[in-house]
Every structure is written in structure tokens, then in C-alpha cells.
Unconditional design. Sequence first.
Length: 184
Amino acid sequence: MVALCLVMAATHHRNWLRGGRQSRLLAIEGRGALLDAGISAGVGVAFALTPLLSATPLEWVIPISDAIVVLVLCGLLVRSPLRSLMASVAELGGESAHPSIQRQVINHVSPELTALDITLVDLALFPSGRALQGILYLDPHRAMVSSEVDQLRDSLERLCRSRFPIVTLEVALSQREALLGKPA
């Protein structure tokens, strides 16, 4: 069973690499197969060692060894699902994207905005699964018609799609003082 799980993990990993490291499903399946291999190996070792406890002070553990193994595995495995659950709840609650992702978006759009003499006032980014949704608060220093704003939004989305495959941006015009780069 352990060998089968390791072969599955290697296959998923190889396919994930071939796919350009884009498929979260393959990455999760690969980690899951590794976890299954670890669980199978741990259970096998625990059950193989349990008979060696006879004629020792721990002989009383033999009848309940299967329950102890299950409890130990549950204790070891509960952290990862809880962390995933907390991350999903935070995402559903509208948690902002990680600062490194915000910095990447700023780095992608800044050259275009600088060339157009537009100031990036603020940025609000929200992850939604593999997608990224955001609002760019911009000060164009001049009047813009709606078609110019739409063209700007489309251009900025195209720039960001070179790094983030699924991104939706909205542009909001604002004259307030820039918040980016200032300490909170």
C-alpha cells in the first residue's frame, strides 16, 4: 500500500510539473498520496510492533492498541484540515490578499500607470479560490471619459493576467492622498 501511494504521489507531482505548476488539484492530490503513504506506513509499523509488547509492563496496551493508533493519527492529522478550514473561512470573509501578491500587482501595473501619468492611490485585492479580484483606486490628474476608464481597466487586467491567470480588476477614480507605502 505504501509503495502504491508513493507511485501515485510521484505521478501527480510529475504531471503537476509538466502542467507548469498551475493545477492546485494535482498538487493537493500529490500531497494527499504522500500523506496516505505516511499513514499506511505508520499504522503498519504500529501494528507490527504491538505484539512485541507482550511480557512487558506495557502488555495491557495490546488489546486497545488499535484505538490508540487511531487516536494518535487523529491528533497528528487534525492540524492540516483545520488550517485549510480557517483559510477558507477567511477567504469567504473577504480577507485581503497576501502583501506579496499585492506587491506583485503593483509592480505589474505601475509602469503603465506611470507612462499615463496616473497615480495609484490605493489597492484592494481579494483572493477567491484561484481567482484574484481587485479594486485600483487611481488619480488620473485629469478628467477621463468612461471609455478611457474601461480601456485602462482592460489594459491593466491584461498586464496582471501575465502573472495571475484569473484576475478581475475594477478602477475607481479618487483624488485622496496616496495610502500606498505609508506605515499604518
